[in-house]
Design a binder for this molecule. Structure first.
Ligand SMILES: *[C@@H]1O[C@H](CO)[C@@H](O)[C@H](O)[C@H]1NC(C)=O
Ligand SMILES: *[C@@H]1O[C@H](CO)[C@@H](O)[C@H](O)[C@H]1NC(C)=O
Ligand SMILES: *[C@@H]1O[C@H](CO)[C@@H](O)[C@H](O)[C@H]1NC(C)=O
Ligand SMILES: *[C@@H]1O[C@H](CO)[C@@H](O)[C@H](O)[C@H]1NC(C)=O
Ligand SMILES: *[C@@H]1O[C@H](CO)[C@@H](O)[C@H](O)[C@H]1NC(C)=O
Ligand SMILES: *[C@@H]1O[C@H](CO)[C@@H](O)[C@H](O)[C@H]1NC(C)=O
Ligand SMILES: *[C@@H]1O[C@H](CO)[C@@H](O)[C@H](O)[C@H]1NC(C)=O
Ligand SMILES: *[C@@H]1O[C@H](CO)[C@@H](O)[C@H](O)[C@H]1NC(C)=O
Ligand SMILES: *[C@@H]1O[C@H](CO)[C@@H](O)[C@H](O)[C@H]1NC(C)=O
Ligand SMILES: *[C@@H]1O[C@H](CO)[C@@H](O)[C@H](O)[C@H]1NC(C)=O
Length: 686
């Protein structure tokens, strides 16, 4: 069996409780079906049940109607594809009083959030002759058939003999069908007809005899704001081409492949019942929607997992210890099994670890990590084309890619898999899938079935903070106001990681190359490769010193004990970088001045700090403001960790400096999207 066809569920122990509840499709107190049509939210029957009036459904004698669009009859609703299939009139020569005259039917959705779906509909002509489909007066496509004796043709296909079919080029708001000279198909009394039809509902001849209606799929669209407004944690985006040079972006919220329900509702997704008994394996759904429970391949992994089950309810910190032990045990196991099926085992093993992660995660933080197939990512990155490389670093290579739904992503491909690399990768997945903060790079998913593990995260288009401070980027001036905002955003994200998450997360490698800027130049903290979870008892971690020279906390360097204050120190260096525009390790200064932190502290001591402020901002703010930032940086760079403020204190101090700051007139915070990622000299790591 080909594992690329599989999705995988991070089976959790909470699954057992899932057996007693049901997938939720409608808001509380609302009906979720009408007749035998399921009506999932954002659609709803009756006031208070739908997302907005466009999605209102009338249920009349067990038949649902879309009341916002001319009471079109709803045949099916599909959350995954965001389609509503409706019953729409078609054009047929039966309606033509005089054969061979032209017949036109126009269907118009106007200014609604619905579009005729380009993917799901086909323009179809049955009969002998030809017909065209037009948008307003523009010919979109046409189709013509040749006629043959009906008895000698295969009635089941539609390849140009008595029947033809073609795709439409765009998503449409309106269309017209013009038939002229379309002859009836023969002795069975069917009319010649031309219509747009939902491809999956169509089979030759099915809608013809005595019927004037066909199923058509409409794409319903939601804006990002609307989808995020529902509290959605798994937002997807699709670009819809309207043909005249415009595309619109449509957002959706989905459950994972082994879940059912409406993801737009709070707790709407439920794991399917078939997975309920799959507590000793991975619940998978294959291409044909068949769900199977694949037992864990390793006996060790299995016994660990059941041990974990007992312990977890008791204490999260114990859970974390076991998690660490399990990760350790798992890659020990892998080391021993370097056989031909290594790839398959990587997949299973990685899945097993994610499983533990979900178990130990705070329920409110449970975020469904999408699993990408190897094929999908190959396609997205054009087979890891060199042109797509965004950055290379110690841990691997980052590629830019485009998913089939149009989303631009960054795919991080780790280097050779060895023990430490694997641990870093898993660390990153485990941590990032729990983190949901606007200033932390969002992990979209990962790919576990490749030998080299892959991480997929949102693509942050505007490069690193390092490039903006130190590059010759005149197009986007970093004003004092912008710098204060960026500093506040980073501090806020770190404060969140240190204290707002269920388990403190230390970044351990804060530096300006790990701060990315998005299209609105908002800061996003990236690269959690060296991060660690820290349980409450374990606030001092003794490990090999890792970090980047120039940002490394000297106290940590000496003691090998990483504390939350080590992140504060590194942040202090970034703050000084923002303030002075100097590199953390100078290429031109000498001696102890080579280190920016030391250079800055010496200048502070000598009362000379104003002389090293970046000339680009020195006139943006008052001396008082600049000194306030410099003093804060000085506190962060205190050689004694416990004398440094916490990230939370830093964030609130920066916030108040920023609130008090009135940007100099005439300056604006220009957003520059023309940044060319190809010119980077420094690495971007996610
Ligand atoms: C629903 O039924 C009512 C009463 O039978 C009727 O007045 C109304 O037009 C119907 N609505 C639709 C959409 O068929
Ligand atoms: C969504 O649309 C695609 C393309 O038409 C189709 O292959 C797929 O089966 C659809 N999914 C569902 C759940 O209907
Ligand atoms: C579509 O609408 C027509 C006219 O109301 C009706 O006769 C036909 O049964 C409908 N089709 C389906 C599949 O309900
Ligand atoms: C329709 O036109 C075709 C040729 O254009 C002709 O052969 C046929 O007889 C016409 N049918 C009628 C009913 O006029
Ligand atoms: C086509 O088949 C029908 C019955 O199936 C028959 O009545 C008719 O004569 C046949 N026509 C030709 C041209 O063979
Ligand atoms: C419909 O097609 C016929 C034949 O091609 C053409 O004469 C007529 O003008 C068309 N009508 C419209 C509205 O385009
Ligand atoms: C493109 O078409 C859509 C729908 O017909 C319309 O709303 C939009 O204004 C058009 N854009 C341009 C640039 O013509
Ligand atoms: C789960 O297992 C129990 C007992 O073995 C069985 O009664 C139940 O039907 C199973 N449920 C599913 C959904 O397979
Ligand atoms: C899905 O799984 C079922 C049962 O395990 C199997 O019969 C079927 O062939 C699988 N389909 C695909 C597309 O792998
Ligand atoms: C899954 O596969 C089994 C046979 O292996 C088949 O009987 C069943 O209908 C399939 N279920 C689905 C949902 O495809």
């Amino acid at each position: 069996m080909n594992s690329t066809q599989f999705y995988l569920l991070f089976t959790t122990l909470s699954l057992t409780s899932a057996t007693t509840s049901f997938a939720i499709y409608a808001r509380p107190g609302c009906d979720d079906t009408c007749g035998n049509v399921q009506i999932p939210y954002p659609f709803g029957i009756g006031s208070g049940c739908y997302f907005n009036p466009w999605y209102a459904v009338d249920c009349n004698s067990s038949t649902p109607y879309l009341s916002s669009i001319n009471n079109l009859q709803i045949l099916t609703l599909n959350l995954e594809n965001q389609t509503v299939t409706v019953n729409v009139s078609m054009t047929s020569d039966c309606q033509t009083p005089v054969r061979n005259s032209s017949q036109i039917l126009t269907v118009d959705l106007g200014r609604t959030p619905f579009l005729f779906s380009q993917e799901h509909n086909k323009f179809t002509v049955e009969g002998c002759g030809n017909a065209v489909i037009l948008e307003q007066d523009n010919l979109l496509t046409g189709c013509s058939t040749i006629c043959q004796n009906i008895n000698t043709t295969n009635r089941n296909n539609c390849y140009g003999i008595n029947c033809c079919q073609t795709t439409i080029p765009y998503y449409l708001e309106t269309y017209s069908v013009n038939i002229s000279g379309l002859e009836s198909r023969g002795p069975d009394g069917a009319c010649g007809s031309a219509f747009l039809v939902d491809e999956r509902s169509y089979s030759v001849g099915r809608f013809l005899v005595g019927n004037t209606f066909v199923p058509i799929s409409l794409k319903w669209t939601l804006t990002e704001q609307e989808v995020r407004g529902t509290g959605c944690s798994n937002v997807g985006r699709q670009q819809l081409d309207l043909g005249n040079g415009t595309t619109i972006e449509s957002y959706k919220c989905s459950c994972s492949p082994v879940e059912r329900g409406s993801a737009y509702l709070v707790d709407g997704c439920e794991v399917v019942r078939e997975c309920a008994n799959c507590t000793n394996g991975e619940c998978q759904v294959n291409g044909s929607g068949n769900i199977t429970c694949i037992p864990y391949p390793f006996s060790q992994a299995r016994s660990k997992s059941s041990t974990l089950g007992v312990v977890l309810g008791v204490s999260i910190s114990v859970g974390v210890l076991i998690l660490t032990a399990t990760i350790f045990a798992l890659y020990k196991v892998i080391e021993k099994t370097k056989d031909k099926r290594r790839r398959e085992r990587f997949f299973k093993r990685n899945g097993g670890i994610l499983l533990k992660q979900q178990e130990s995660a705070d329920e409110s933080l449970v975020d469904k990590t999408t699993l990408f197939t190897a094929k999908e990512l190959e396609k997205a990155t054009d087979y890891y084309n060199e042109n797509r490389i965004l950055g290379k670093g110690g841990q691997g290579t980052v590629y830019k890619g485009m998913l089939t739904d149009g989303r631009i992503v960054a795919v991080k491909k780790s280097k050779i898999v060895d023990e430490s690399q694997l641990e870093q990768f898993i660390n990153e997945v485990v941590i990032l899938s729990q983190v949901n903060h606007r200033n932390v790079v969002k992990l979209l998913g990962c790919c576990l079935e490749t030998e080299v593990p892959l991480l997929v995260s949102e693509f942050i288009p505007n490069g690193t903070l390092f490039e903006h401070i130190h590059g010759n980027n005149d197009e986007f001036p970093l004003t004092l106001n912008t710098r204060l905002r960026i500093a506040t955003e980073i501090a806020g994200a770190l404060a969140y990681l240190h204290s707002a998450t269920s388990i403190p997360i230390y970044h351990r490698d804060i530096k300006s190359t790990n701060i990315l800027l998005d299209d609105k130049n908002r800061a996003k903290v990236a690269d959690f490769g060296t991060s660690r979870f820290v349980s409450i008892e374990q606030t001092h971690l003794t490990t090999l010193v890792k970090g980047t020279f120039g940002y490394l906390d000297p106290e940590y360097f000496q003691s090998s004990q990483f504390t939350e204050k080590s992140d504060v120190y590194s942040f202090g260096v970034v703050l000084v970088e923002l303030l002075t525009g100097e590199r953390p390790i100078s290429l031109t200064r000498l001696g102890e001045h080579r280190s920016l932190a030391t250079h800055f502290m010496l200048a502070m001591e000598e009362g000379q700090v104003m002389s090293i402020i970046d000339l680009r901002i020195v006139n943006d703010g008052s001396r008082g403001e600049l000194m306030a930032v410099a003093n804060l940086a000085k506190q962060c760079l205190n050689l004694t960790g416990k004398n440094r403020p916490t990230m939370k204190e830093v964030a609130s101090e920066l916030e108040s400096i920023r609130m008090a700051h009135v940007p100099a007139t005439g300056r604006t915070d220009v957003t520059n999207s023309k940044y060319n990622a190809g010119q980077q000299e420094e690495l971007i790591m996610l």
